[in-house]
Design a protein around this ligand. Structure first.
Ligand code: THG
Length: 369
């Protein structure tokens, strides 16, 4: 199969688009109505850089929904069933956004800029509409918009070296999910210690879209001595690390308890939080599914996939494999399963892959590594 993406103003480019093309990007995926690079043509090298060195990613698609005004704090609390009293300016928290059924709508990082200004750094769903609708219905005094903010991630064990060289000690002092405003040669940034990998690193939130190529070049230059190269959120590493991909690992029924987000849910959150009643009821009646790992008995290295696989246990369908990948560190095919709680870690299951191939595997706890 060889096909291309038709250009359209509906599918927006990132401020780093030209730079990624110059660096040899070969594929993209649509995400939040934008294009995210997914490969530079050498998956092995890209994985190796992330695990052993350092990698730079255009993750502009992680759009910000800014909520600003006297009722901003009130609105963000209504949107998430995690109690926010202890959130401080300069700190980000991983939160669930749920609908009135308790179904997970998005799993953003919530960044508190100050007491009346927040960013929701979103996964792939239209939070802007949701937040505006809720604010309107609850008659809250807020402005909600997408600011000119585009994250560039620097991930891997040498990310501290690169960011230290680029931005100095101030940046290195940031704690996990902490962030601060900084200026790099006239480029306004919000610098955070975060990113969608478990290899450590930073995200530079570019706050001036006209400076994308400039920022990309500066990061590339500072990273040269440490072997930096372009990459993207890595399918193998994220499955090994058990990081959630909303919309891939979740469906229109998935609640946060099913996908290991219970530690981000406070059932004693205020009663006006959307979904809180449903979440209390779900918890009381018993959660039906859970997310586990699966170790495949299938030797041929998995590539990418575009559909889920069926999981059977003793002849009955019990759920789906929502992601699978070859794990270079485990030297095995692994996956994420969303399955009935009637099965658990240690159980052997039969799996029908999207192309119809029948195989098997063993369920296990997450993360793999
Ligand atoms: N960075 C930014 N925005 C984002 C993402 C990101 N928006 C979309 C998506 N990623 C949001 N989803 C996640 C999922 C998991 C994590 C971060 C964002 C994550 N989880 C750790 C874990 O699950 O082990 C730690 C969570 C914690 O410490 O509370 O990091 O990557 N800007």
């Amino acid at each position: 199969m060889a096909f291309s993406i038709s250009p359209s103003p509906r599918v927006r480019r990132s401020p780093f688009f030209e730079a990624t093309v110059a660096d040899g990007v070969v594929s993209f995926t649509p995400y939040n109505h934008m294009l995210m690079p997914t490969s530079y043509g050498d998956p092995q090298a890209e994985y190796d850089r992330l695990i052993n060195h350092v990698s730079m990613w255009d993750v502009s698609v992680e759009r910000q929904v800014e909520i600003k005004g006297p009722d901003a704090g009130k609105l963000v609390q209504i949107l998430t069933p995690r109690k926010l009293e202890k959130l401080q300016p300069g700190k980000g928290w991983y939160v669930a956004l749920c609908d009135h059924r308790g179904v997970l709508l998005n799993d953003p990082i919530l960044l508190m800029l100050d007491s009346n200004r927040y960013w929701l750094s979103i996964a792939d769903s239209d939070v802007l509409f949701w937040a505006r609708a809720v604010a309107g219905e609850r008659k809250l005094d807020v402005e909600i918009f997408e600011p000119d903010v585009s994250p560039l991630a620097i991930q891997g064990p040498k990310a501290d070296d690169v960011v230290g060289a680029l931005l100095g000690e101030e940046a290195l002092q940031l704690k996990h999910f902490g962030f601060r405003g900084m200026n790099l040669q006239g480029i306004p940034l919000m610098v955070a210690r975060s990113g969608w990998s478990k290899q450590g690193g930073f995200e530079l939130y570019l706050m001036d879209g006209s400076q994308g190529s400039h920022l990309w070049e500066l990061v590339k230059e500072a990273g040269q001595p440490f072997g930096i190269g372009p990459g993207n959120p890595n399918p193998s590493e994220r499955v090994e690390s058990g990081l959630l991909s909303w919309g891939g690992d979740t469906d229109d029924q998935t609640n946060p308890f099913e996908v290991r987000m219970e530690r981000y849910i406070d059932l004693d959150a205020p009663d006006d939080v959307i979904g809180i009643d449903a979440l209390r009821r779900i918890q009381q009646q018993g959660v039906k599914r859970h997310q586990l790992g699966v170790l495949f008995d299938y030797d041929e290295k998995f590539g990418l996939y575009d559909r889920t696989s069926t999981v059977n246990y003793k002849g009955d369908e019990v759920g789906a494999i929502t992601a699978h990948a070859w794990s270079p560190r485990l030297q095995q095919n692994i996956g994420l399963a969303l399955v009935s709680r009637t099965v658990g870690a240690g159980d052997s299951v039969d799996i029908i892959l999207p192309d119809g191939i029948k195989t098997s595997g063993k369920l296990c706890d997450l993360p793999f590594i």
